[in-house]
Design a protein. Structure first.
Ligand SMILES: [Zn+2]
Length: 183
């Protein structure tokens, strides 16, 4: 089974505002499956639909699972929304769409999340610490926001320069290995 590629900064599709999901169709269910496959394969603790190029309000999260032990306990949230937030916490974040970079981000320490599941049932969950951070990070994706938008301008521009350089290098490597080049 081929995994869908994760879009990476500076792909413009990561900047779109995602649309609410009017009804859970087979397409939504199959996208949720694809997102879980990618999240566990990377591995990551969360993924938002825009990271696979789909601008709809769907996220998957699993903050319990680890490669060494533990059963997967995935949360699939349709139209997730943070309805209450409290406290402050600083966490070192990374993102599958922002390669080779982590930075400290300040967020709410506790949040209340409302969403519906794939059967259309409404849920409310209180979360704190890593799980609260993860909910905020993934919902940011639905609004076209990346964690690098929440760090200092200086740190962000250093990363953007580094990333541009890495992309240029990838392009040069691609040229060198173009068909026929090594024959
Ligand atoms: Zn992310």
């Amino acid at each position: 089974m081929a995994l869908r590629p994760v879009l990476q900064f500076p792909d413009k599709r990561l900047r779109r505002t995602s649309e609410p999901i009017a009804g859970v169709t087979d397409e939504v269910r199959s996208l949720a499956e694809d997102m879980l496959d990618v999240m566990y394969d990377e591995p990551g603790i969360g993924l938002a639909a825009p990271q696979l190029g789909e601008a709809i309000r769907l996220i998957v999260v699993d903050t319990e699972w680890s490669e060494e032990d533990g059963e997967p306990s995935p949360l699939v949230a349709v139209n997730p929304e943070i309805v209450a937030r409290d406290g402050k916490i600083t966490w070192t974040e990374g993102c599958l769409s922002v390669p080779d970079f982590t930075a400290d981000v300040e967020r709410a320490e506790r949040v209340t999340l409302q969403y519906t599941d794939l059967e259309g049932r409404p849920h409310t969950e209180d979360a704190e610490g890593l799980r609260a951070v993860c909910f905020q990070h993934e919902i940011d994706h639905l609004d076209g926001v990346l964690f690098i938008d929440r760090i200092s301008r200086l740190k962000r521009s250093l990363y953007v320069q580094k990333r541009k350089k890495a992309l240029r290098r990838e392009e040069e490597d691609d040229d060198a290995s173009a068909p026929g080049a090594g024959l």
